[in-house]
Design a binder for this molecule. Structure first.
Ligand code: ATP
Length: 235
């Protein structure tokens, strides 16, 4: 579904991504793992055209989408949730969800999607009139996921959803991703530092180290591998 070929990203001559290739298969959750500064976010940003790759190609369903702007990608069926789950702080939960549907014209579809977001995250329904800026970190992450779902994506790219969340909330967010994957067939590229929890929900994963893919395999293979821990600790 998504294919990244030999992606390179540099910031002012300093290379952050040095030849990353990866594939997200339709119907899978694929994790992109790695320690701080390994280049995961830069890879994701280059995939969605938020930073310009030096070289390399990105294909979505066989189509070259390299450098395509994020808003255009939304209309193609790709949604991205950046690190920190940015939401519109001065808008209510309900307004944030509506804003996520800016590409959707049909009011009936918007209503149906809002209902299914509330069914998945009852907490958002309880708090639908609350200003997003006053929500907790976990609630904001749920809102960010809900808002991304409003565009009806087939592929979701999500950057470190566990960041700053308590273990219980991390589990809730990951459960939600898994449910979306299983029930709605949503494909996911999950960028995470939290390897153990990511491997519990992912089918397969890539592990980055200093801008390159150091390891790849199924979630089971990687969960059982000592090599992964060595890469993480930078040994
Ligand atoms: P983290 O988990 O800490 O977000 P990451 O694996 O996502 O790490 P990146 O954020 O992609 O890593 O960073 C990779 C490297 O690129 C780091 O050395 C970082 O300092 C550098 N970098 C990232 N963004 C920029 C930027 N805008 N300008 C200069 N250097 C950058």
């Amino acid at each position: 579904m998504l294919e990244v070929r030999d992606l390179h990203v540099s910031y002012g001559g300093v290379q952050a991504v040095g030849g990353v290739s990866l594939t997200v298969r339709e119907g899978d959750i694929t994790a992109l793992l790695g320690a701080n500064g390994a280049g995961k976010s830069s890879t994701l940003k280059a995939i969605v055209g938020a930073v310009k790759p030096q070289s390399g190609k990105v294909f979505f369903e066989g189509r070259d989408i390299t450098g395509t702007q994020p808003d255009k990608l939304v209309t193609m069926g790709i949604a991205m949730i950046p690190e920190g789950a940015r939401v519109f702080a001065r808008q209510s939960v309900a307004q944030n969800l509506r804003l996520g549907a800016y590409t959707v014209r049909d009011e009936a579809i918007i209503k149906q999607r809002i209902d299914s977001v509330y069914a998945m995250f009852p907490r958002l329904l309880e708090r639908r009139e609350q200003l997003a800026g006053t929500m907790s970190g976990g609630e904001r992450q749920m809102l960010a996921i809900g808002r991304a779902l409003m565009s009806g994506p087939r592929l979701l790219l999500i950057d470190e959803p566990s960041l700053g969340l308590s273990p219980l909330l991390v589990e809730q967010v990951f459960d939600a991703l898994q449910a979306l994957n299983k029930q709605q067939g949503l494909s996911v590229l999950l960028v995470e530092q939290n390897m153990n929890q990511a491997l519990e929900v992912a089918a397969g994963a890539y592990v980055m180290q200093t801008g390159r893919i150091a390891l790849q395999g199924t979630a089971e293979q990687l969960a059982a591998s000592d090599e992964v821990r060595r890469v993480y600790l930078g040994m």
